[in-house]
Design a binder for this molecule. Structure first.
Ligand code: SUG
Length: 441
């Protein structure tokens, strides 16, 4: 196994708006009803993909999923011509219109949980599409995500359907999963983070369950000794960390987490993790625990410090670790100082600050916007060619976005059938440029 890690991002769709739909997601709730800028959102995402690709990291691009989802509206009893349907939904249930038009699939870290071939008894990469059952607007992503992952990886992966089981098996994908492995990528340990169980958070509903982590570790063919089920700290969930990747980040043999990321009951699992890592690799897991005096939980959540995206590449044979932080980190004294310290200590060779304002206002930072897939050279070669980032693809996608995306959108604009037809047509254009034929749904 090499240490290659593919990053999969998705173009933000033309119906991107602030619906306030994110369960326990403070930014989403705070910005509910504000005017969004879909064009800026899509370009900001593409700027990050360009940066990642320029670092020599394999970058794949997915098209937006088709929105509004008229099938959802029809399934819920809104039938008839789109012109009337959209107006009727806006009037009777605006949150449903928002859900049907949501571009939340942009946050691909929630798309699936991924196990590389070297860790699985199946001997091939395994992916489980996340059911995203904690919220309506996200639960409608799974069916198309499955088709997209199948189109990207073809027969090269064992692709599992979203877990059944409704609320009991709430699954938000890789946002609550960390794979730790020595830097050559050989044999990884898998940490599944859940929020249910006692003590429970007082204000927000946990989005991931222990039963989900257990099911995925079984179906992915992981060795029991290499799996760790860790409970998220209820205070973190209540402070607005609705996913683990808002309070912890990891890459290869590095784990950086806030001291309030994990519940005290999980201490023994964390110790077992460190012991197991040393046992299988002969090396120490590098754990950096950030204390509240260095960065409060509130500041961690406001800046999305822990949602920075870590990537690595090599320069003349030397590894280069790069961290892509939200620009909010640069503007925050303590958070910025922490990044400077991590760079001075040699944890990262480079730091970049990226403006993802439109995604951040929906509660998603750099790491939310990518699904990482560790692959071998051979597996890399089997991935669908048309989805790879290239200069000419980037330029064509930008042309479509600049020409067809709105600069300003509010929920009421989504009741305009002409606008929605154009949005669906734009999605089809982007899909076809990316070689996907998913416009059917
Ligand atoms: O599920 N926001 C997303 C943000 C997901 C962030 N992902 C990770 N942390 N990996 C969510 O809460 C907001 C939609 C709205 O407000 O319209 C939203 O769905």
């Amino acid at each position: 196994m090499s240490a290659l890690e593919v990053q999969i991002d998705r173009i933000v769709g033309p119906t991107h708006h602030f619906g306030g739909l994110g369960v326990g997601n403070l930014a989403s709730q705070l910005n509910a009803g504000q005017a969004s800028n879909p064009q800026a959102a899509a370009l900001q995402g593409l700027d990050k993909m360009r940066l990642v690709a320029s670092l020599g990291v394999p970058q794949l691009i997915l098209p937006p999923q088709p929105r509004p989802d008229f099938h959802l509206l029809a399934d819920l009893g809104y039938r008839g011509a789109p012109e009337e349907t959209l107006k009727a939904v806006l009037e009777s249930d605006p949150a449903l219109l928002s859900a049907a038009a949501s571009c939340s699939a942009m946050w691909t870290a929630n798309a699936a949980t991924v196990t590389p071939s070297c860790d699985s008894e199946h001997g091939m990469p395994v992916m489980t599409v996340a059911n995203l059952n904690a919220s309506l607007h996200r639960s409608i992503e799974a069916a198309a995500t499955r088709e997209e992952l199948r189109a990207l990886f073809r027969s090269g992966v064992r692709l599992h359907d979203a877990l059944p089981g409704g609320a009991a098996l709430r699954d938000e994908g890789a946002a609550n999963h960390m794979r730790l492995a020595e830097s050559t990528g050989k044999r990884g340990l898998h940490v599944f983070v859940h929020g249910d169980g006692k003590p429970a958070p007082r204000h927000h509903w946990p989005r991931q369950t222990l039963a989900t982590g257990k099911a995925i570790s079984r179906t992915h063919g992981l060795r029991e000794a290499d799996v760790f089920h860790v409970k998220q700290h209820p205070d973190a969930i209540d402070a607005g960390a609705f996913h683990n990747d808002v309070v912890a980040m990891s890459h290869h043999d590095l784990l950086i987490h806030h001291e309030l990321a994990f519940a005290p009951e999980s201490e023994s699992q964390m110790l077992r993790l460190e012991r197991r890592f040393a046992e299988i690799s002969g090396k120490c897991l590098r754990v950096i625990r950030i204390h509240s005096e260095e960065l409060t939980l509130t500041d961690a959540i406001n800046t999305y410090f822990f949602n920075s995206q870590i990537v690595s590449s090599s320069n003349s044979g030397k590894p280069v670790w790069t961290i892509l932080c939200p620009v909010q980190v640069q503007h925050h004294k303590q958070a910025h100082r922490l990044i400077q310290r991590l760079c001075a200590d040699g944890v990262f060779q480079e730091a970049h600050f990226v403006d993802l304002g439109q995604s951040m206002d929906g509660g998603g930072g750099p790491a939310c916007l990518r699904l990482r897939v560790p692959v071998t050279e051979h597996e890399l070669g089997c991935i669908c060619k048309s989805a790879w980032w290239t200069e000419s693809l980037d330029s064509d996608l930008r042309d479509i976005i600049n020409e067809r995306y709105p600069h300003r959108l509010k929920l009421a604009d989504l009741a305009d059938a002409e606008f929605c037809y154009k949005a669906l047509e734009t999605q089809r254009l982007l899909s076809s440029r990316l070689g996907h034929d998913l416009a059917g749904r």
